[in-house]
Design a protein around this ligand. Structure first.
Ligand SMILES: [Zn+2]
Length: 202
């Protein structure tokens, strides 16, 4: 049976270099000025990838996790606010200079109460932390709240945290529940993700 992939080329895993999670490493990446890592989810399905991020954590229907390099890290090794520059990965509003964006492909149609048809999974979150740890080590980035943060934490700092369409809450909650989304969840979940990254970095 041939599965027809109707995605646009920019959203197909096969359009980019990709690895099985267990064989991916940051060793091949060019050295340069990268100071921060931002973590995301895509709010789309498990297999649709996006060049707005440098690394997409995707999942095949059988559960195999892939690390997809959808943008060149060198594109963000500069002040991207300088006009006339080349394209770059625009992952986190106002924070893309000298910064890497990594994202779990999941959470299409998700709300804080109901994570929808493509919810976060424990293996996907663990994969994100493993990739984040590898990148932090490669670029000498401290895994602390100043240098490694979720989009939700960035949104909290910059005044657009929340689950409305123009707001962001990735990655503030790891499982759905009915309590209203609160800012402290972004910080608590950010701390959990950083702790997991520090474990992987040991
Ligand atoms: Zn995001």
């Amino acid at each position: 049976v041939t599965r027809v992939d109707e995605r646009k080329p920019e959203n197909r895993i096969e359009s980019y270099p990709y690895w099985r999670l267990d064989v991916w490493s940051a060793d091949h990446l060019p050295k340069g000025r990268i100071e921060r890592i931002y973590t995301h989810w895509s709010a789309r399905e498990y297999e649709s990838v996006f060049p707005a991020y440098h690394y997409c954590i995707a999942m095949r229907p059988g559960g195999e996790i892939l690390v997809v390099e959808t943008n060149d890290v060198r594109a963000n090794m500069r002040d991207v606010r300088v006009a006339g520059g080349a394209p770059y990965a625009a992952h986190t509003f106002g924070r893309n200079s000298f910064a890497i964006g990594i994202s779990i492909m999941a959470m299409s149609h998700a709300t804080p109460e109901d994570f929808g048809p493509h919810p976060l999974t424990v293996p996907l979150v663990d994969a994100l932390c493993r990739v984040g740890a590898g990148l932090a080590r490669h670029y000498g980035i401290a895994i602390d709240p100043d240098h490694v943060m979720s989009h939700a934490e960035a949104a909290l700092h910059d005044g657009y945290f929340g689950s409305a369409p123009e707001e962001r809450w990735d990655i503030a909650r790891l499982r759905p529940h009915r309590a209203p989304l609160e800012p402290y969840e972004a910080v608590e979940t950010g701390d959990m993700l950083r702790a997991a990254m520090r474990e992987h970095a040991r």
